[in-house]
Write a protein that binds this ligand. Structure first.
Ligand SMILES: *Cc1c(COP(=O)(O)O)cnc(C)c1O
Length: 414
């Protein structure tokens, strides 16, 4: 134990975050976090809150009035959806294809609901046919819950198709969009999603600890029609809303908002707005293709099949006989580069390379390929140094040529 007298200020090392989150924070966001604290009912703060809700509607691609950041990490956003929408005795179909689906089951049980589990293998997307069968076998299911972007495996499920099936049968959807928001296409209104939660520290590149959520009118009706109060005072939407959605009326104290964290989220969302959400999706995809080309050029294999791969989370098989921990330690120790390990049945079997938000850029892709090549050679795995970088370069060069052609074509038209 350190004697308290010896403890000095904490100065974290400078890292490059290419794991499953958190991701690198942009200096603009970091700067916003350091602004002076003001009261959480100060008119200036209230004005910022209103902007924040509009910015979140843009990020979620929704007009939902009930859209705001829950004060708590993604897990609290998850729980907010379940405690408000699941009543004791409700049947809830949960699609599980990784860690986070498992947590949804746990949430249903703790709300007194009955989970019906649709299983898919880790690394596979949720199979819409299995959901359809489950909905047919359980026509009384009130809610369907699934993870859009499974960060534990890098698999992306077809949220539009799954939500369409649920809607046909009159079930609401609870959708985990923690890793998808900002990083890959997500259209809450167009896809008809009902209760969607996300996180601040993945593709939004903000400080951890906030969970943007959005609820459709149908979901709000369900909450209003509850027979019994939910078990959570803190997460009860009807109470939180007296602070977040006062609609011109007087805002009342519920809990002290995490003021500075909200400044940071506001700035992160302003940056997303400036870039344009579709350009952000395209950027994630472009760097994913470069990283993937590099990893494959080094002889590594991706876990997820091509049409279900998340650009922002690249899971790669650890080559046989390689000490995966030694490689991660070398990346962190020698390059200040953090990547993620496998979880659950994939522990020791995969590495997870995140390309989220501000971490998703050329310099990180190139550093990562270079560092990984070095670390692999050092643990005795044969790779040709430089091959990964060359393959990534080809992708970037093709993209730049494409952009130049588009510019010329535009000039000719003008
Ligand atoms: C990170 C993550 C969560 C949990 O978010 P926390 O902020 O860690 O609580 C939930 N779901 C998915 C898919 C995630 O990637």
């Amino acid at each position: 134990m350190t004697s308290p007298a010896k403890i000095r200020s904490f100065h974290p090392p400078q890292r490059i975050l290419m794991g499953p989150g958190p991701s690198d924070m942009h200096p603009r966001v970091q700067n916003a976090l350091g602004q002076p604290v003001i009261g959480h009912l100060d008119p200036a703060f209230v004005g910022m809150m209103e902007e924040l809700k509009d910015l979140l509607r843009y990020a979620f691609q929704t007009k939902n009035s009930l859209t705001f950041p829950v004060s708590g990490p993604g897990s609290v956003g998850m729980e907010t959806c379940f405690v408000n929408l699941v009543e004791p005795g409700d049947k809830v179909i949960v699609c599980r294809n990784g860690v986070f689906g498992g947590r949804m089951i746990e949430n249903v049980e703790r709300c007194g609901g009955t989970p019906v589990v649709v299983e898919d293998a880790w690394g596979e997307p949720v199979d819409p046919n299995k959901l359809e069968d489950a909905l047919r076998a359980h026509p009384d299911a009130k809610v369907v819950a699934f993870v859009h972007a499974e960060t534990s495996t890098g698999a992306q499920s077809d949220a539009r198709a799954l939500a369409g099936l649920a809607r046909q049968r009159g079930a609401l959807t609870i959708v985990d969009a923690v890793t998808s928001l900002g990083g890959s296409p997500l259209a809450v209104d167009a896809w008809g999603l009902d209760a969607v939660y996300s996180g601040s520290q993945k593709c939004l590149s903000c400080t951890p600890g906030l969970s943007p959520v959005t609820f459709s009118e149908r979901a709000v009706e369900r909450v209003k029609a509850r027979k019994k109060k939910g078990q959570s005072w803190f997460m009860d939407l009807s109470l939180v809303l007296e602070y977040w959605n006062a609609h011109g009326g007087k805002r009342t104290y519920h809990h002290t908002a995490p003021i500075n964290a909200l400044y940071g989220l506001h700035e992160a969302l302003v940056m997303l707005r400036e870039e344009g959400i579709e350009d952000s999706w395209r950027r994630h995809r472009r760097h994913h293709l470069a990283l993937k080309a590099g990893l494959e050029a080094m002889g590594l294999k991706l876990l997820v099949r091509e049409d279900a791969r998340l650009p922002q989370l690249n899971a790669v098989h650890v080559p046989a006989g390689i000490d995966e921990l030694a490689v991660r330690q070398a990346l962190l120790g020698d390059f200040n580069l953090e990547i993620g390990a496998g979880l659950g049945p994939l522990a020791g079997r995969i590495w997870r390379f995140g390309l989220m938000g501000h971490s998703c850029k050329t310099e990180n892709v190139m550093l990562c390929l270079s560092a990984l090549g070095t670390a692999l050679v050092d643990v005795g795995h044969p790779v040709e140094l430089g091959h990964g970088e060359a393959a990534a370069h080809d992708i970037y060069a093709a993209h730049h040529a494409e952009e130049a052609r588009a510019r010329v074509a535009k000039l000719k038209r003008a």
